[in-house]
Design a protein around this ligand. Structure first.
Ligand code: HEM
Length: 475
């Protein structure tokens, strides 16, 4: 009986495989290779990321196949088209929900459950609108900037002041997590935040793993950690709901209150599970990315004393114009033009997120080739940011590239673009600048491992986390 069943399964697989081959042989697929069975070209892709040069994977294939616009490959078990150059980015960002839709690898979907990145179409539009009404620039004007500055000052007093040596990435991860917990949920208790943080680190480790739910695997532990985080979030959500009903909390207090009190046009509210998943998503999307960009910024300032001096000058002009102890305001952040250009240039050379993915909703005709329905599509920020065709003297650190009109549209995409552009771009800008303001007006630092290598696993991080020696800034 078992043999018969096995035979039937084999026959079905062969028939489908032949039909698929017949279909794909008839269509003009982009040039490229699917690499090894199952593994595809994943190893070459990961190796380039671990070597800190994700652009190498794209560049080698563009050169090999002579097609500067698109090539095919197979990554992490999925057939994929990689779209290159500004035309590819414009195409993807302009066709969301028409020809393509946002796509994340399987472990991400399994661990996050129903939330913004795992839903599409009108539902996703509504969820984005709802989250954006909290994360948009006009909200920062009234609420966030001073609160962010206050959290940053406290963090610097506890974790930097009086220390001789600091591991930047480890300490900044703590900062970004604390900041998100305080601003999203008004969590104040450091022990509570630390417990949530350690569960979160286990959760993060499962996002890049094969989703096998067997005890002992990273994915299994991540799933358990996700369940424990959800239980903690459920308790926090219930307590806040009660506080709102009793008038002890305000609807505009933080993201959590906002999500509990906002409904769609039909009067439908988010379920507690949807709220927990959304907060989980924002804690994830917002904390390692910002930690990566701040760490790379500190490394770059350590390597370029001339840039450090110019940033310090700009930041001192802002702090000198304020009264003793007065917190940063939105208007102050707008004055940090040179500082922000420095951050942008740091993210050009090492975008914290190397790129993102979409799925083809239909057979797509692109650059004379067909990308079949269901294929995944990748755009690479890392590769376009280092393309000589769009950035002169491409490896040179030069923040002046961002003066005036800045880079040509669709060539600079650290936050993605189109309807699925990073939702936390403004939050990240305020967070990085608030930190930069406080650290540079207080300290100078020396890199203890000069020329430290950066790897992508999956976010850009210096391998040893950037170890520095701190010196109080006498200004
Ligand atoms: C320097 C810091 C950051 C970088 C470089 C970054 C980059 C990105 C990128 C590349 C994407 C994918 C865009 C795409 O699919 O094309 C993304 C999506 C997203 N980011 Fe960020 N991000 C940062 C900080 C943040 C922060 C602080 C938050 C939250 C407070 C956040 C929330 C999100 C969300 C929710 C999405 C999914 C948007 C959607 O699918 O509609 N990000 N981010």
């Amino acid at each position: 009986m078992i043999q018969v069943l096995a035979l039937i399964v084999i026959v079905i697989v062969i028939v489908f495989w032949k039909l698929y081959k017949y279909h794909t042989n008839k269509i003009n697929l982009p040039p490229g290779s699917f690499g090894w069975p199952f593994l595809g070209e994943t190893l070459a892709f990961l190796r380039a990321n671990w070597d800190g040069v994700p652009e190498r994977f794209v560049r080698e294939r563009i050169d090999k196949y002579g097609s500067p616009l698109v090539f095919k490959t197979s990554l992490l078990g999925d057939r994929m088209a990689v779209l290159c150059g500004p035309a590819g980015n414009k195409f993807l960002f302009g066709n969301e929900n028409k020809l393509v839709a946002v796509w994340w690898p399987k472990p991400v979907k399994k661990l996050f459950g129903r939330c913004l990145i795992t839903i599409r179409g009108d539902e996703a539009k509504w969820m984005r609108k709802m989250l954006l009404s909290y994360l948009s620039p006009d909200v920062f004007v009234s609420r966030y900037v001073a609160a962010m500055d206050a959290v940053t000052r406290r963090h610097i007093e506890v974790h930097w002041r009086g220390k001789e040596e600091v591991n930047v990435f480890q300490t900044i991860k703590l900062y970004a997590f604390e900041l998100a917990c305080r601003l999203f949920m008004s969590l104040e208790d450091p022990n509570h935040i630390a417990k949530l943080g350690s569960l979160f680190n286990i959760f993060l480790k499962g996002l890049n793993e094969i989703p096998i739910e067997v005890p002992g695997t990273r994915f299994y532990s991540a799933k358990k950690a996700a369940a424990a985080i959800r239980t903690k979030l459920a308790t926090i959500i219930k307590a806040r709901r009660a506080e709102l009903q009793e008038g002890k909390a305000s609807p505009s207090q933080d993201l959590l209150s906002h999500l509990l009190t906002s409904s769609d046009e039909n009067g439908t509210y988010l379920t507690e599970m949807e709220i927990a998943n959304s907060i989980l998503l924002l804690l994830f999307a917002g904390h390692d990315t910002s930690a990566s960009s701040i760490t790379l910024l500190m490394k770059t300032l350590g390597e370029h004393p001339d840039v450090y001096d110019k940033v310090l000058k700009e930041q001192l002009e802002i702090s000198n114009a304020k009264k003793e102890g007065e917190l940063l305001k939105w208007e102050d952040m707008q004055k940090m033009r040179y500082s922000w250009n420095v951050v942008l240039e740091v993210m050009r050379l090492n975008p914290p997120v190397y790129g993102a993915y979409r799925e083809a909703l239909v057979d797509i005709e692109y650059a004379g080739y067909t990308i079949p329905k269901g294929w995944k599509i990748h755009y690479s920020a890392a590769s376009i940011h280092k393309d000589e065709a769009h950035f002169e003297d491409v490896t040179c650190f030069d923040p002046s590239r961002f003066e005036g009109a800045g880079p040509t549209p669709f060539t600079y995409v650290p936050f993605g673009g189109g309807p699925r552009m990073c939702l936390g771009k403004e939050f990240a800008r305020m967070e990085v600048l608030a930190f930069l303001h406080n650290i540079i007006t207080n300290f100078k630092w020396k890199l203890l491992i000069p020329g430290e290598k950066i790897e992508y696993d999956p976010l850009a991080t210096p391998v040893k986390g950037v170890l520095i020696r701190l010196h109080p800034n006498v200004v």
